[in-house]
Design a protein around this ligand. Sequence first.
Ligand SMILES: [Zn+2]
Length: 291
Amino acid sequence: MNKDYLIRGTAHHNNFRIFAVQSTNCVQTVRDLHDLSPLATLLLGRMISAAAMLSWDLKDEGSEVTMRIDCEGDIKGAIVICTQDGRLRGYTKKPQLFYNNREDNFKVGKAIGKGTLTISRDLKGIRSYLSTTELISGEIAEDLAYYFQQSEQIPTAVNLGVLIDKTAKVRAAGGFIIQQLPFADEKTADIINENLNLTPNLSDLMDMGLSIPDVLSRFVFKGIQWQINEEKDIAYHCNCSSELFSKALLLLGKEELQTMKEGIKPVCLYCNKVYDFTAEDIQQLIKQLQE
Ligand SMILES: [Zn+2]
């Protein structure tokens, strides 16, 4: 299958900013790593597309953007992180959430309920930006549009699509964000809004073989000049390592480590990899703290 990618562009003489993403492979990877239910796949799939597009604003090498949902609904919450170089990782608190009523397994907003959306940017553990807004529908695209309106005062259209079949295969995933810049031509904004209303379901179009740029040209920017200014690859990639887990264990302190004397097997939340710290390893860590 084609590689996943991000594009950034502009429309109508720089009056509009465009971010778009194809994320089918990333979403399939997160589905398989966590054995996600359809509901959890839809949620994390939409968040992966969104976080990837949000990563364009990262300037420094090594920086990350985190998109976080905290909610009262059955799925409890989810996190997706994207690095400046387009590496994505994420998890949800209830990866196997499943309802007996078949229809409910596709209603992300219902499984989320009331909650908040938080977006933060970090560089080597130092937070440079944090903003939280209430969720308005729990369907993620609308919540992100509301977020841009509230926290950055930018009129924004967000479209996120994920299509999965009965065998848990991700047939298509992607999205786009269109932002209206100050002094943008209102007439063009109206045409884009009308076009958006007439655009069929994004993941269905992708499943029919249309690329994201095809969808933008044929539907969203029909009759409007637009261009791609930049493109880059994205991929699902977890950065965990036994060094990172050792550091985290050292932070717990000596007393806490004493309770793990028999050894422990921590599991990475983002990729489900199991690490094995034997009794001897724990002794070594305790020794390091004493030095
Ligand atoms: Zn990992």
